[in-house]
Design a protein around this ligand. Structure first.
Ligand SMILES: [Zn+2]
Length: 294
């Protein structure tokens, strides 16, 4: 069931109007443009980020490469994507990355909208890793034993097409569960012949984690389930992609970057629609009641 009914309508270049089932809202959505950067969360901005990483000599790693490495490069970026919907955008990202000789990991949900053997095969053929974006605790409404059976079944479905060595939970803000709960205190990934889980197996004490959830790179209330687990050495925040690029240039850190290709737009129409969709979703997450402005 979709909570938010989309009826977006562009209002010039200044904003968009959204209506949801429970509340009627008008929100100004500024197009985040600067003289030197294209609008944020567009393909052009993602390319600028890839370009900046390449120029700084930062090696890109898949999650598999990171977990299997005997020794890590001095400076690296783990590129990770969640394919929640709009699989065609994932393929666009995979092609852009291939242009920049970057490899990344695509965690694909096994729901009808995204599970497409041709897509899985195409992502892998472009040199990327494909992993299982699991949501089995949600699927079984918190029954952990049943979640493991479901996990095994869906993992096998994906492995029929591609090599799956790592997995990553899907964080649905509308369910009361955390899909990572199926692993308990001592995760045993060997039982599924897996190297690890993207949130649970990465050492975030020396890898800075940034995610685009909520259409900002900044940590905060919008990232309800999207947060690292365990110790975290993060000492800096950025909001826009331009700020992230600036950080990449200024400091010597290594990163894990999560992007949702479905939130990034290839053109103006998609940009306006996706920005409106995210704004409405953010309003729902905050539980805000916004009074119409007219
Ligand atoms: Zn997801």
């Amino acid at each position: 069931m979709t909570l938010i009914r989309r009826q977006s309508k562009a209002k010039g270049s200044r904003g968009t109007q959204e209506r949801t089932r429970n509340l009627s809202i008008t929100i100004r959505v500024p197009l985040e443009r600067s003289p030197t950067m294209p609008a944020d969360f567009t393909y052009e901005t993602y390319k600028a980020l890839l370009e900046a990483c390449k120029r700084q000599g930062i090696e890109t790693l898949t999650v598999r490469e990171y977990l299997a490495a005997e020794g890590l490069p001095d400076r690296f970026v783990i590129l990770r994507h969640d394919v929640d919907r709009k699989p065609e955008n994932a393929l666009d990202f995979a092609r852009m990355e291939a242009e920049y000789d970057a490899t990344s990991t695509y965690y694909v949900r096994t729901v009808d909208e995204t599970f497409d053997p041709w897509l899985l095969d195409s992502l892998e053929s472009l040199g990327h890793e494909v992993g299982y974006h699991y949501e089995d605790v949600d699927r079984t409404d918190g029954d952990i034993k049943a979640a493991h059976r479901s996990f095994q079944r869906h993992l096998a479905r994906m492995r029929a097409h591609v090599t799956v060595d790592t997995v990553c939970m899907h964080g649905n803000p509308l369910t009361p569960h955390d899909n990572r709960d199926m692993w308990g205190e001592m995760p045993d990934f060997d039982q599924y012949d897996l190297l690890g889980e993207a949130y649970l197996s990465v050492d975030f004490t020396d890898v800075l984690y940034f995610s685009d959830t909520g259409r900002t790179w900044r940590d905060g209330a919008l990232k309800i389930k999207d947060h690292t687990v365990g110790e975290d050495g993060k000492d800096v925040q950025v909001g826009t992609t331009a700020e992230l690029i600036d950080l990449v240039r200024r400091r010597e850190d290594s990163y894990c970057l999560l992007t949702h290709p479905d939130r990034w737009a290839g053109g103006t129409v998609e940009y306006v629609a996706e920005t409106a969709f995210d704004t409405a979703k953010n309003v729902a997450k905050y539980g805000l009641h916004v009074v119409p402005s007219r």
